[in-house]
Design a protein around this ligand. Structure first.
Ligand code: RBF
Length: 160
């Protein structure tokens, strides 16, 4: 069966709320930096294109995806941001490590979303190989960083 390829980052640009005046923290992992830098840059570009001021975007790097939990937690607790985007890339290897990191990061970031008032956007891509990660960080499946930015804009615009 043929797989229909489509850009997963398609969204209606007219429905993206403006981020003017909003402050966004982006924490990104250095592991698989070729992927995470592309995701980070995609997020920044989309935030800027939708009204967020450059000086209102703060970038912080952490060594690996597991440290995204701590980095995002610190950003949230600082109360300086209207949203926090956590970006990482975990590629499946030969050991069960992949599962532990993915589960740990997912649980850690999820907890922040229920405990604190700042929305944390999940920008962890988890793939079987490097090519799948490339395809989702500015390749045939778009850029997940771009999607994270759009999600952050929606979450910040909502009156809760
Ligand atoms: N971090 C990532 O962001 N992506 C990975 O694919 C990744 N794979 C790892 C595989 C192994 C075997 C180990 C030990 C660590 C890996 N890490 C990865 C790093 C991890 O997120 C974290 O930085 C370290 O475990 C230190 O807390």
């Amino acid at each position: 069966m043929a797989t229909k390829l489509h850009n997963l980052s398609d969204y209606n640009p007219e429905k993206v709320p403006s981020g003017k005046g909003k402050k966004v923290g982006i924490v990104y992992a250095e592991w698989n930096y070729e992927i995470t830098y592309a995701l980070r840059d995609g997020a920044v570009k989309t935030l800027l294109a939708n009204g967020v001021n450059e000086e209102d975007i703060t970038l912080a790097s952490v060594p690996g995806s597991f440290e995204l939990i701590y980095g995002a937690s610190q950003m949230v607790k600082s109360d300086k941001y209207d949203s926090v985007i956590a970006i990482g890339c975990v590629i499946r290897g030969d050991t069960p490590h992949f599962d532990y990191i993915c589960e740990g990061v997912t649980a850690g970031l999820s907890k922040l979303n229920t405990k604190y008032d700042t929305p944390v956007i999940f920008g962890l891509i988890t793939t079987n190989d490097f090519q799948q990660a490339k395809d989702r960080s500015g390749g045939i499946h778009g850029n997940k960083g771009d999607e994270c930015a759009v999600t952050a804009l929606h979450m910040m615009a909502q009156e809760w």
